[in-house]
Design a protein around this ligand. Structure first.
Ligand SMILES: *Cc1c(COP(=O)(O)O)cnc(C)c1O
Length: 403
């Protein structure tokens, strides 16, 4: 049934069109006003024509909006566009990337279930499992991302879910998603992938066999550092549970941020392509610099998983890391000597950022935990944006010249 605000020509009938067309048009619905851009519905609730109409909508007999914690037209356009881009049956938006992860685990796991998480995931993801989900009886073990034998060995009879981030931050390790999905399914577990670093423009985990994909939309989906949000996508069977949790618990996406992200998606592929291209050029250049000991970027033939990256991703992403000669002081000197690049741990922005993982994102780990994670004191991470490549090179050259 067509909702009132869907009256008029729909752009949602887009079978067989390409990624860029979906990124610009999928999910769009038009009100009778005939607006060309996606409308921003800043409303918490909806009116009903009659008491009977209210009862029918609440009862689910008649589809339609009842309250924006449940559905909002702008948010739904964003969800449908993400589902189209990830090749998912359904997607649901969340208030942040972290609430997307929370929703996945709260919906699909119970106390007594066991979750396997890749060791190099986002810091707050580890805190979520360690500080909170463990208190509710969810067991967690961490596995080195790339090591399929280690994944096999880590299974327990109660393993329900595998959660991975590929490529990882900041060392750009990968896991063979298709192989890991097979391992998970053979043991009756689900595979969820945090696709934040690649976005569907570069990697589609569901097509590789994963069951669930999630994003911090705060990063490349927005792409311009304006707002927080997240999204989960997958098959209806699992999504039904996740949607139910979000509607009840409430960490849903604000319509304003959904509208921002729709604008972000329109340029997603060209941004990812351009930022990946600059990252590759910078990685190649950094590898030639005498002050640089090692560069971590899957686009380099020196990366142990270069072949897998070529197979699994359509480009290598915009995040690279490198180690400079010396220790913490040397890394800080390089960072402090830059003039164009922003010193911040955020990423996924058109503005290039530079950070020192050992004292920021990974600063709360003990020296031993940091060593296990491969984060050395001389490591610097750069998330490449859209500035002129020559200016970024000059800025990093200025940094390296400080050594
Ligand atoms: C930032 C980030 C998150 C958390 O997302 P928020 O939007 O900050 O809640 C999760 N995973 C990865 C890989 C991230 O970079």
């Amino acid at each position: 049934m067509t909702l009132e605000w869907e009256a008029g020509r729909l752009d949602s009938d887009l079978d067989g069109v390409g990624f860029d067309t979906l990124a610009v048009r999928a999910g769009q619905r038009r009100s009778p006003e005939g607006e060309h851009g996606e409308a921003l519905f800043l409303t918490s609730s909806y009116v009903f024509r009659t008491a009977a109409d209210a009862a029918a909508r609440f009862g689910g007999e008649v589809p339609g909006n009842v309250y924006s914690r449940y559905t909002n037209p702008t948010v739904r356009t964003f969800e449908e566009r993400i589902a189209a881009l990830e090749g998912a049956e359904q997607a649901v938006a969340t208030a942040s990337g972290m609430s997307a992860i929370l929703a996945i685990v709260m919906s699909l796991c119970s106390g007594g279930d066991h979750v396997l998480v890749s060791r190099s995931v986002f810091g707050s993801t580890i805190s979520l499992f360690e500080k909170y989900l463990k208190r509710f009886g969810v067991e967690v073990d961490y596995v080195p991302l790339a090591d399929l034998d280690a994944w096999q060995a880590a299974f327990k009879p109660n393993t329900k879910l595998l959660f991975v981030e590929s490529p990882s931050n900041p060392l750009a390790e990968l896991v063979d998603i298709a192989a890991l999905a097979e391992i998970a399914h053979a043991r009756g577990a689900l595979l969820a992938v945090d696709n934040c670093f690649c976005t569907p423009a570069l990697q589609q985990p569901l097509a590789l066999g994963a069951d669930i994909v999630m994003h911090s939309a705060t990063k490349y989906i927005d792409g311009q550092g304006r707002g927080l949000g997240g999204v989960v996508a997958g098959r209806s069977e699992q999504m039904k549970e996740i949607v139910g949790f979000l509607r009840t618990a409430g960490p849903t996406l604000s319509p304003f941020n959904a509208w921002l992200f729709l604008k972000g998606l329109e340029t997603l592929r060209i941004r990812m392509q351009a930022q990946s291209h600059s990252a590759l050029q910078l990685a190649q250049w950094l590898e030639q610099q005498p002050q640089v000991e090692r560069v971590y970027y899957a686009g380099l033939p020196s990366h142990p998983q270069h072949e897998l990256a070529k197979r699994q991703q359509s480009a290598f992403g915009a995040v690279l890391s490198f180690e400079v000669a010396g220790g913490r002081d040397a890394a800080w000197k390089v960072i402090d000597a830059t003039r164009v690049i922003s010193i911040t741990t955020n990423l996924g922005d058109t503005k290039t950022t530079i950070a020192h993982p050992a004292t920021t994102s990974h600063g709360r780990l003990s020296p031993q935990e940091r060593a296990n994670a491969g984060i050395r004191d001389n490591l610097i991470r750069v998330a490449v944006g859209l500035e002129d490549l020559a200016d970024l090179k000059a800025d990093l050259a200025r940094g390296l010249a400080a050594l």
